[in-house]
Design a protein around this ligand. Structure first.
Ligand SMILES: [Zn+2]
Length: 350
């Protein structure tokens, strides 16, 4: 998949294309940013753009005619592009952590240090992609230092990681970091419709809880039913608390958002976190309705009637307060507070 077909991060991809075209691409790079925002795909697209025999100049972005075109991009369809994408090109090496979560020094020696000493088999530029570079142990990173600093001519090394902080400072100082941002909700919606075959209302609903990550979106889409459950429960909570002054009425809402007493604390925690994210997405929509902004900005379009029925109970202050409470509840969950306690607390704050 060439740059122009990736979701979001157009500015970053545009800069990479420009550097390739100008011959100024640093030979060692870190692709940093949250999970699921297209870092690995961008590394493969980079390998394609460096090696495609029939690249496209001034390639426009599909569906975004006003965005500045990419100076250069791979064709995406030739044999070279397709082998790179399927990770079966002899000169594009993708290295991932094994079952232990680590990339052992043996692999670094065999697959990288020895390989890069030779000329590429057929490519113009050999590309080594560490997909999950934070899995490189200290000795592996040390062994790579010299190669990162001065890769043999013709080789490009890309360290893909959601946790660049896990890399040694000596590694980070040798590799400029390309930062990938969470995707805009609209980019996630487009992607879900194009690649997961979701209808727009469903894509909007899934995207609203994906926090800009295609990985999270994909997971959510595959659990769409569970997510539907989360959204439905979040609506019920809002309805229950909207005019319930008494604590008991509110606390009844708690049962809806914590796992039903089955399973481990960890799964209760995940379940509550998903419900809280769904709740946050609904509050965001309520805020749109409260300011009488354009209803098309509402993400959970299919829930507008239900949202409108509770909107009169939620003025701006209450929405803000609720937002803050949900945010604090998520923080408390991360710090291992009991899911039941957090759920009880949050429904009393809404
Ligand atoms: Zn090509």
């Amino acid at each position: 998949m060439p740059f122009r077909e990736l979701a979001g991060n157009r500015t970053v991809l545009g800069l990479l294309a420009r550097a390739i075209d100008a011959g100024t691409l640093p030979p060692s790079l870190i692709f940093g940013g949250p999970e699921g925002v297209g870092k690995r795909h961008a590394a493969l697209a980079l390998a394609q753009a460096l090696n495609c025999p029939t690249p496209i100049r001034a390639a426009p972005w599909p569906g975004a005619p006003s965005a500045p075109p990419l100076v250069i991009d791979a064709c995406g369809t030739c044999a070279t592009c397709s082998r790179i994408w399927r990770e079966i090109h002899p000169d594009v090496i993708v290295i991932r952590p094994g079952e232990t979560g680590n990339i052992p020094i043996r692999i670094v020696r065999e697959k990288v240090l020895q390989e890069v000493g030779f000329k590429p088999f057929e490519a113009r530029r050999r590309v080594v992609i560490f997909d999950g570079a934070d899995g490189l142990q200290t000795d592996s990173q040390d062994a790579l230092l010299k190669t990162l600093e001065e890769p043999p001519p013709g080789s490009v090394l890309v360290l893909v990681t959601a946790q660049p902080g896990q890399l040694l400072p000596t590694v980070r100082s040798r590799c400029p970091t390309v930062r990938f941002a969470p995707l805009a909700t609209s980019a996630v919606i487009d992607w879900l419709m194009a690649h997961e075959g979701l209808a727009e209302p469903q894509a909007r609903a899934v995207a609203s809880i994906a926090r800009g990550s295609l990985a999270a979106a994909r997971e959510a889409a595959s659990e769409a039913e569970g997510q539907e459950g989360c959204r439905a429960a979040a609506v019920r909570v809002l309805q229950q608390v909207s005019d319930a002054g008494d604590a008991r009425g509110r606390l009844e809402a708690t049962r809806d958002i914590v796992g039903k007493g089955k399973g481990s604390g960890a799964s209760e925690r995940d379940s509550l976190a998903n419900h809280l994210h769904a709740l946050a997405a609904l509050l965001r929509d309520l805020a749109v309705l409260a300011t009488r902004a354009d209803v098309s900005a509402v993400v959970n379009v299919d829930l507008v009637p239900s949202l409108q029925s509770v909107a009169r109970f939620f003025d701006r202050e209450r929405i803000l307060r609720a937002f803050t409470a949900v945010d604090r509840a998520l923080g408390a969950l991360e710090r291992n507070a009991s899911p039941k306690t957090v759920a009880d607390w949050v429904v009393l704050q809404l």
